[in-house]
Design a protein around this ligand. Structure first.
Ligand SMILES: [Zn+2]
Length: 356
């Protein structure tokens, strides 16, 4: 009789696949697909609602290398839908990328996970994307999505777009040179304040899981060598009105009006479009990305602010409450100023307490 606690295998070289047995048994993926998945590399851009579900699914599936980039820290109202985080992460004041990586390493220690606490922008995006096979969208804003669309086309790498609001979400898989791109679909990023956000329209947890799961399935197809099976339509799901629509996109690319696809123009990547400071969606907060400070010592900053206000800090961020504002400062000099949605006010607070 076999010992219940002994894992045995007739073929030792298959041991590394044992944890993926149910997935490998799915014939269209199979052992070859799984091995390709384990050798593949992915960039998850943004690790909030969509990003945590994407990271959770892809790390469990055994993608070999997962780079997670996120600029933010965790708040209590994130836990309703951001599946990798818990109350302990908030108490520890961890940035999202770090908290996610800690959890993901306990889920699957065989996956190499690289967390980066940073804002994806036109200066760093090439470095983040050039050594991966696929980019997946876990962001909450069109500016970053257009930047991803640009860099994907510049580098000739596929990317998967996803977004949701309320109970509705949509996703689209983009293979440069083959399928229509985001800019074929929407010619420009909508101006700030003109589209509903999670803060103004709210969001239900289930739509996040649906959209991110659709994105993850597309990622698994592409990374396992089954790109021929991708969804070539724009898929729109509304969980409240019980509708799923597939919008065919073939004619978009054929119509030929897209400067990214036709002329190789990448205005977001060139920094011609997009801003460096951002009012954070529904947060009454402003992010200041490109400050003159550069890298700074949180330890030294804490000492400087100690006599002025209450300061808490760890390896990843420093938090200070001054006047009516809540400052969160990262070692790269980036800061999120809570308590205002006015960029000029945020800059003044930054200059006053952190430096200029
Ligand atoms: Zn296009």
């Amino acid at each position: 009789m076999r010992d219940l606690f002994t894992v045995s295998s007739d073929n030792p070289q298959h041991d590394d696949l044992a944890r993926y047995a149910r997935q490998v048994r799915y014939a269209p993926l199979g052992e070859e697909g799984q091995r390709r998945l384990m050798e593949s590399r992915v960039l998850i851009c943004g690790c909030g609602a969509l990003g945590t579900v994407l990271a959770n699914t892809l790390v469990r599936a055994g993608v070999g290398f997962v780079r997670i980039v996120d600029r933010d820290f965790i708040e209590m109202n994130n836990l309703q839908r951001q599946v990798l985080f818990d109350e302990d992460d908030i108490a520890a004041q961890l940035p999202k990328a770090i908290a996610a990586a800690n959890k993901l390493r306990r889920i699957n220690s065989t996956v190499e996970i690289e967390p980066l606490v940073a804002d994806v922008d036109h200066e760093n995006v090439i470095g983040l994307a050039e050594d991966v096979d696929l980019l997946v969208d876990g962001t909450d804003n069109f500016e970053t999505r257009f930047l991803l669309n640009d860099v994907a086309h510049k580098l000739g790498k596929p990317w998967v777009y996803g977004g949701c609001i309320g109970a509705e979400g949509q996703t689209m898989t983009i293979i440069p040179g083959e399928t229509p791109c985001l800019r074929c679909l929407v010619s420009d990023a909508p101006p700030p304040g003109t589209t509903p956000t999670c803060d103004t329209a709210g969001i239900l947890g289930p739509i996040v899981n649906v959209v991110a799961s659709l994105e993850a399935a597309e990622a698994i197809k592409i990374l396992s060598g089954n790109a021929g099976e991708i969804n070539r339509a724009l898929t729109i799901v509304d969980l409240w009105d019980n509708r799923i629509r597939h919008v065919k996109l073939d004619s978009l690319r054929e119509s030929g009006g897209c400067a990214t696809c036709k002329d190789g123009e990448y205005p977001w990547l060139a920094g011609e479009k997009g801003s460096h400071s951002a009012v954070l969606c529904g947060r009454n907060a402003v992010q200041l990305s490109h400050t003159a400070v550069g890298s700074l010592s949180l330890d030294a900053l804490a000492k400087k602010l100690e006599g002025v206000c209450r300061v808490r800090f760890n390896d990843y961020l420093l938090r200070a409450s001054v006047e009516e504002f809540e400052l969160t400062v990262f070692p790269d000099g980036r800061a999120i100023i809570g308590g205002t949605d006015d960029i000029a006010t945020a800059r003044t607070v930054y200059a006053k307490y952190i430096g200029s």
